[in-house]
Ligand binder design. Structure first.
Ligand SMILES: NC(=O)c1ccc[n+]([C@@H]2O[C@H](COP(=O)([O-])OP(=O)(O)OC[C@H]3O[C@@H](n4cnc5c(N)ncnc54)[C@H](OP(=O)(O)O)[C@@H]3O)[C@@H](O)[C@H]2O)c1
Length: 241
């Protein structure tokens, strides 16, 4: 089985790659920086994972096209695609993004990575996924993208993040559209929330380890044929949209 994980050089993406590798997947380590990518590939190989590096900047059309060509050349198909690469965008005072002071350029950068990046990569990899007997796509989102949770005054949803949180709501909505399009095919596509994980993303604040954060994505990347599609999960089960 062959998987590609975007943003796999560190954090949750690295642990998704390690977890799929330990299940016997051959894993493409999608990462934009050559040195960080090769270091991650080396660490994974030292763990016994059959890993290969895939130069990939999800905001760059050409990079994405080249990545698809490389995966085709090295592996010939894809069984699992995990769209993990993501950014928070510049944060303001108190690690917040105040909507009333939001720079549209920050919003544009976040959407380009967290939303359009997923569309670029998914659509470029689809011909390779269609060659699999059991294609799985996992989009890494966040419960801060849950409109239901944000609208509930009793839910602890964290700081205001006017660029990041809506980018994940957008990604969630987009995933539903893909699931509708794939209806009646063998492609299962779902959203995973890793929980609050200590990574570079949040200055290593968070009660969960990257390995714990990777678990739901690994489960969704390896779903059986009768598994769910078009749904949003964390470790506890279904997250409301
Ligand atoms: N940490 C949390 O508590 C948490 C909670 C909910 C959801 N998430 C989501 O989980 C995912 C992984 O986050 P993380 O916590 O593991 O953060 P991280 O340690 O900062 O890792 C983010 C990864 O995305 C990559 N990336 C960013 N922009 C990219 C681009 N344009 N092209 C390719 N790769 C790019 C980074 O590469 P570089 O090293 O080159 O920057 C890095 O590999 C993100 O989608 C995030 O939104 C995280």
């Amino acid at each position: 089985m062959i998987a590609l994980v975007t943003g796999a050089n560190k954090g949750i993406g690295y642990e998704i790659a390690a977890g799929l590798g330990s299940l016997g997947y051959r894993v493409g380590v999608g990462a934009r920086d050559e040195s960080r990518r090769e270091t991650a590939v080396g660490k994974l190989r030292a763990l016994g994972v059959d890993a290969f590096g895939v130069p990939l900047d999800v905001t760059d059309d050409r990079s994405v096209t080249d990545a698809a060509e490389l995966v085709e050349r090295l592996a010939g198909r894809l069984d699992a695609l995990v769209n993990n690469a993501g950014v928070s965008g510049e944060m303001g005072p108190g690690w917040q993004q105040d909507p009333t002071a939001l720079d549209p350029e920050v919003l544009r950068t976040v959407v380009d990575t967290n939303v359009m990046g997923v569309v670029r990569v998914t659509n470029a990899m689809l011909p390779l996924l269609r060659r699999s007997a059991s294609p799985r796509i996992v989009n890494i989102s966040s419960s801060v993208g849950s409109l239901t949770r944000q609208a509930d005054p009793d839910t602890e949803i964290g700081p205001i993040m006017a660029a990041y949180a809506p980018s994940k709501s957008f990604l969630n909505a987009l995933t539903v559209q893909y699931a509708r399009q794939f209806s009646g095919t063998n492609i299962l596509i779902n959203v995973a929330c890793p929980g609050m994980v200590a990574t570079d993303f949040n200055g290593f604040h968070g009660p969960r380890t990257p390995e714990q954060g990777a678990a739901t994505a690994i489960r969704l990347a390896t779903l059986p044929a009768d598994g769910p599609t078009g749904s949003f999960f964390n470790d506890d089960g279904v997250v409301p949209w």
